[in-house]
Design a protein around this ligand. Structure first.
Ligand code: AP5
Length: 219
């Protein structure tokens, strides 16, 4: 059983790289942001409670996130380990995760930090679109979706922007990241499990750096 955390500011590429990391490692991708968006789509009470915080770019309160995560970890597909994407985001969440894993004779084996400057993130997020049909994430500027002939189809109705990707909300998400989530970098660095990757590189280079870390871990 191996457990990895992907940490980094909004738009750093955590979700994009997680799709590749899952294929390479066979671990299960657990994104708390995706879980909240799925809950909202299903119209559950949890989804509706989370919506206000997400739309404002604030963190959803720890108790709600932690309850949802613990429920996810009890699902039968969690056998080989997890890639945690967007969790933990506060020290309280990190402590709970440590305790939960220890109770299962498990631990966090590696934390990958995707480092990207705020200016780059704002541009990336303004270009982020996803397919209503497949859920795949693209970028109008850096990685546009294409049809069979290779034409850019970013402007088709199939692609939508996330509700919390407006510039004002993103600026608040960045502020929240710097104040509430960045302290986790020291927390994991002190435990000797932190790996920092330059997330400003081209996607393929970020993937290559990531695979080096993952291959070492899974060997
Ligand atoms: P969440 O869904 O986790 O969002 P986030 O952490 O803000 O991260 P993003 O999904 O925005 O970015 P990403 O790093 O995955 O980037 P991506 O790969 O898409 O959380 C949303 C909200 O839910 C939070 O604000 C909060 O309210 C709530 N929440 C979630 N978890 C919580 C928790 N634990 N506690 C409390 N609240 C919680 O890439 C971005 C774009 O850039 C894409 O278009 C992609 O194609 C492009 N791109 C990726 N890599 C590159 C590259 N190298 N070069 C160029 N473009 C690239």
């Amino acid at each position: 059983m191996k457990n990895i955390i992907f940490i980094g500011p909004p738009g750093a590429g955590k979700g994009t790289q997680a799709q590749i990391a899952v294929e390479r490692t066979g671990l299960v991708h657990v994104s708390t942001g995706d879980l909240f968006r799925a809950a909202l789509k299903q119209g559950t009470e949890l989804g509706l409670k989370a919506k206000g915080y997400m739309d404002a770019g604030e963190l959803v309160p720890d108790t709600l996130v932690i309850d949802m995560l613990l429920e996810r970890l009890d699902k039968p597909d969690i056998t080989t380990g997890v890639i945690f994407d967007g969790f933990p985001r506060t020290l309280e969440q990190a402590h709970t995760l440590d305790t939960t894993l220890a109770a299962r004779s498990s631990q966090i084996d590696s934390v990958v930090l995707f480092k990207v400057d705020d200016d780059v993130l704002l541009k990336r997020i303004s270009g982020r679109i996803s397919s209503k049909v497949t859920g795949m994430v693209y970028n109008k500027y850096f990685d546009p979706p294409r049809d069979a002939e290779g034409n850019d189809i970013s402007d088709s109705d199939e692609f939508v922007q996330r509700a919390d990707d407006s510039e004002e909300t993103v600026r608040n998400r960045l502020k929240v990241y710097h104040t509430q989530t960045e302290p986790l970098i020291d927390y994991y660095n002190e435990r000797g499990v932190l790996h920092t990757i330059n997330g400003e590189q081209a996607m393929e280079q970020v993937t290559s750096d990531l695979l080096q870390v993952l291959d070492e871990l899974m060997a």
